[in-house]
Design a protein around this ligand. Structure first.
Ligand SMILES: Cc1cc2nc3c(=O)[nH]c(=O)nc-3n(C[C@H](O)[C@H](O)[C@H](O)COP(=O)(O)O)c2cc1C
Length: 509
């Protein structure tokens, strides 16, 4: 077996986009053969879930306040799943029709599958259910196990959905999406008063509980990669293993034109448990209040990624500061789900923000990161404090729109934004320690992106994740010379310009 650390680092290196050469991907796309975004479990019993969103009136600024937990019922679980994994709209252009969900996804390909495990929920049988977002229903996949009261959500990725379009780089996108999905869960749980907790289970234990290791069931169809299980109560009890299984997963792409074996290699190399949950501690909150007056459920359900920005609007300083504060403990429910020491740090290319000179900025999310980045970056960066409370530092005053666009695969969203974020991860050391950290760094970056996307939506602005960037060109601009730090995700914020040719249709008839 090859060394997992070396395989992980080699995968990251070979899936970099370069200014003169993109990472290996398909030479041609057969659009008619796009993998089905909905996997159906044939031969399973389907139970429709109630669609009504509970606690719909809670205002965005109050979302994160403590509240008594709702009882687990089909209605409360249906409400949660709508807010974190459900369809939020259908879009139509000519004869094409596609759905959007509560969380964004690279290429709208949605590699993440959601599972629900229930024990002792009145009105719902015990067992493992596949969540079917298309119909907002549960497909019962397994049952018959030790009585274990509780509710868990489990996640698996289907890398082929992304690899079909993006080739070798696809596994990065699966993991960034996973981060968005987990953050979406943290926000959706808050109005229900639930405190979801990630379980530090061995990957084989996750796969066994979700049944994605049942090789014979997946014969001839695309494999699923176990990711993580979350207990919806604030405790760490794992769900049971089931004795009786039913159903067969549907085939998503009958005629795959390419194979990318390196994805299986990196999936194997990065299988590992989450680090244990650190002890609870009082963290000093960088509290910058949101001025949004929208209900939280509306923010979550109307969230969209901007496809274009106007290139002119100036972001008010209060909104900018609120967006940055959401990236720290106390600023978002996400950081209770992910209480680990921050290892992904935003570098900002500010174009149009009130009171902030255009330029290159750093927002180190820990003091250690500030010292580390200062040491790794060139001496010419001036590290001038740019906020009275938040650790925002100006590195260089400069117009950076063209740089942002070039670095983000020449995409206008990076230059027409008010600000574009480059998420830089502490990289070589955590991966040397545990190659599974490679996945977790991408999750953390996806979570940061999700905080920005929802806070922007609440404030009448909009965000877009940018998975396409020229890795080493970013490092060159930042003066980062080795793999101590690596860029893992970009994110742009601005005022969207909508495409009037698209029609919007309701999520569920
Ligand atoms: C990890 C990730 C990478 C993305 N990369 C890009 C990108 O490079 N360019 C872009 O225009 N949109 C990008 N997007 C936005 C997606 O295209 C968008 O989420 C998807 O089309 C679904 O639309 P929605 O977010 O409005 O639901 C990305 C989204 C994610 C989550």
């Amino acid at each position: 077996m090859t060394n997992p650390i070396a395989s992980t680092l080699a995968y990251h290196a070979r899936t970099k986009h370069h200014l003169g050469r993109y990472a290996a991907g398909p030479g041609a796309l057969d659009w008619a053969a796009q993998p089905d975004p909905f996997r159906r479990w044939q031969g399973t019993q389907a139970t429709p879930l109630p669609r009504e969103v509970m606690a719909a009136e809670i205002a965005w600024p109050q979302l994160d306040q403590p509240r008594p937990p709702q009882d687990f019922t089909p209605a409360s679980l249906g409400s949660l799943l709508r807010l974190c994994a459900g369809i939020t709209a259908w879009k139509q252009y000519g004869s094409s029709r596609w759905s959007l969900r509560a969380h964004p996804s690279s290429g709208n390909l949605h590699p993440t599958e959601t599972w629900l495990i229930s024990g002792g929920v009145p009105g719902l049988e015990d067992g493992l259910f596949h969540y079917q977002p298309h119909d907002h229903s549960l497909e019962r996949r397994a049952w018959d196990g030790p009585a274990t009261p509780g509710v868990w959500l489990g996640y698996s990725s289907i890398p082929w959905r992304e690899a079909w379009k993006y080739g070798e780089r696809a596994f990065r996108y699966c993991q960034l999406d996973m981060g968005h999905v987990l953050a979406a869960l943290a926000y959706a749980a808050a109005p229900h008063g639930w405190q979801p907790r990630l379980l530090a289970l061995d990957p084989a234990a996750v796969a066994a509980r979700l049944g994605v290791d049942r090789g014979a069931d997946f014969d001839g169809v695309e494999a699923e990669e176990a990711e993580v299980i979350v207990n919806l109560q604030a405790d760490s009890t794992p769900p049971p293993i089931w004795n009786h299984w039913a159903g067969k997963p549907g085939l998503l792409d009958p005629k795959p034109m390419y194979q990318w074996p390196v994805i299986e290699e990196v999936a194997a190399a990065t299988r590992g448990a989450l680090p244990p949950r650190p002890p609870e501690q009082e963290t000093e909150s960088k509290h910058v209040p949101s001025t949004s007056t929208l209900p939280a459920s509306q923010v979550i359900l109307q969230r969209r990624s901007a496809q274009a920005f106007d290139g002119a609007s100036v972001m008010p300083n209060a909104i900018f500061r609120r967006l940055l504060a959401a990236l720290f403990p106390g600023g978002s429910p996400v950081w209770r789900l992910w209480p680990h020491a921050p290892r992904v740090h935003p570098i900002l290319l500010v174009h149009r923000v009130e009171g902030i000179k255009p330029g290159l900025y750093a927002l180190p999310r820990s003091e250690a990161a500030m010292a580390g980045l200062k040491q790794a970056m060139p001496q010419v960066f001036n590290w001038t404090p740019a906020d009275p409370e938040l650790p925002l530092y100006q590195l260089l005053a400069t117009k950076a729109e063209r740089t942002a666009r070039t670095l983000s695969c020449h995409q206008d969203i990076a230059s027409h934004s008010a600000a574009t974020f480059l998420f830089v991860a502490e990289f070589a050391a955590p991966i040397q320690d545990n190659p599974a950290a490679w996945r977790h760094l991408h999750w953390e970056a996806g979570m940061l992106g999700h905080c920005l996307t929802l806070e922007a939506e609440a404030a009448g602005w909009r965000g877009t994740g940018i998975g396409c960037f020229f890795d080493d060109a970013v490092h060159e601009v930042l003066g980062l010379e080795d793999t101590r730090y690596q860029v893992v995700y970009h994110f742009a914020l601005g005022i969207p310009v909508d495409d009037p040719r698209l029609t919007t249709l309701p999520a569920y008839a």
